[in-house]
Design a protein around this ligand. Structure first.
Ligand SMILES: NC(=O)c1ccc[n+]([C@@H]2O[C@H](COP(=O)([O-])OP(=O)(O)OC[C@H]3O[C@@H](n4cnc5c(N)ncnc54)[C@H](OP(=O)(O)O)[C@@H]3O)[C@@H](O)[C@H]2O)c1
Length: 244
């Protein structure tokens, strides 16, 4: 089986490391790619072609993992084949629908958490999703439904909760610090939220503050997509996030 990778960053690099089988051959290309990407490709067990058009020629599966801004153009260029086309970019369900109209055999994919984590989880939806169930041998694959858009909507719903909650966490932590009670605050909340609450919270606070601009953009996208729903908490979280 041939799996063509359009884009070779963290996602593709880790997928190649995870999906190790003598029956699977990965292909990609260095066409117009940066030194970083070429270095990652050279470190990996993958067949390299001069162009992406050559790399997808005998593909059974094409995986688009490049950038949200390139997802549609990639689908336009390489989606016109009989291969299964899996999009793993962080794109909104609206963009997913546009891509579904451009390519045949489309599967909507959403990586939950970081791909480099010990246990990456891949949510899939669409009528062709079951054809990718064999990936369960290598990572945790969950098929949600045969409706394209459900996987990306679920990812957005998850972000609605986690990103808004992170802002509330920062606010509560700052308040606790102002009373010099931050350790006691974590201990008290851990009683109901679990023993690893402090460690997870500090990492979440750190991540949110470090990439507050990107997180703000993601919350803006959520508000735009779920427009018409009463998302007062998300709006407030966004206002606060913009101040960091
Ligand atoms: N990392 C994660 O854990 C994670 C989780 C969920 C979803 N995602 C999504 O998955 C996608 C890839 O993420 P990543 O972390 O692998 O990103 P990354 O490390 O930044 O790598 C992106 C790769 O795509 C290449 N690329 C960009 N535009 C391209 C184009 N037009 N044609 C072919 N290749 C192109 C880049 O090449 P150059 O270096 O030459 O620019 C690079 O190799 C993103 O859409 C991201 O939102 C990532």
């Amino acid at each position: 089986m041939n799996i063509a990778l359009i884009g070779f960053g963290k996602v593709s690099y880790n997928l190649v490391k995870l999906i190790k089988s003598p029956d699977i051959n990965f292909t990609t290309s260095t066409e117009d790619r940066s030194k970083n990407t070429v270095d990652l490709i050279n470190k990996s067990d993958v067949s390299v072609y001069d162009s992406f058009s050559q790399a997808i020629e005998d593909a059974d599966i094409i995986i688009s993992a490049n950038s949200p801004s390139q997802a549609i153009e990639t689908a336009e260029k390489y989606g016109n084949s009989d291969a299964i086309y899996l999009d793993l970019n962080n794109i909104s369900p609206k963009t997913v629908t546009e891509i579904n109209n451009l390519v045949g055999n489309f599967v909507d994919g959403a990586i939950i958490g970081k791909i480099a984590s010990h246990h990456p989880i891949l949510y899939l939806s669409g009528s062709h999703a079951k054809e990718l169930l064999f990936l369960n041998e290598f990572l945790d694959v969950k098929i949600i439904s045969d409706r394209v858009g459900d996987a990306s909507t679920l990812k957005l719903l998850r972000s609605t909760y986690t990103k808004s909650l992170s802002v509330l966490l920062i606010e509560s932590y700052d308040l606790a610090k102002s009373f010099n009670l931050e350790d006691e605050f974590f201990d008290a909340v851990s009683l109901t939220e679990g023993d690893d609450f402090k460690q997870k919270s500090l990492s979440r606070i750190n991540n949110t503050l470090k990439s507050s601009k990107r997180k703000s953009e993601e919350l803006e996208e959520i508000l735009q997509y779920f427009d018409g729903n009463e998302l007062k908490m998300v709006k407030t979280a966004l206002d606060k996030l913009k101040q960091f």
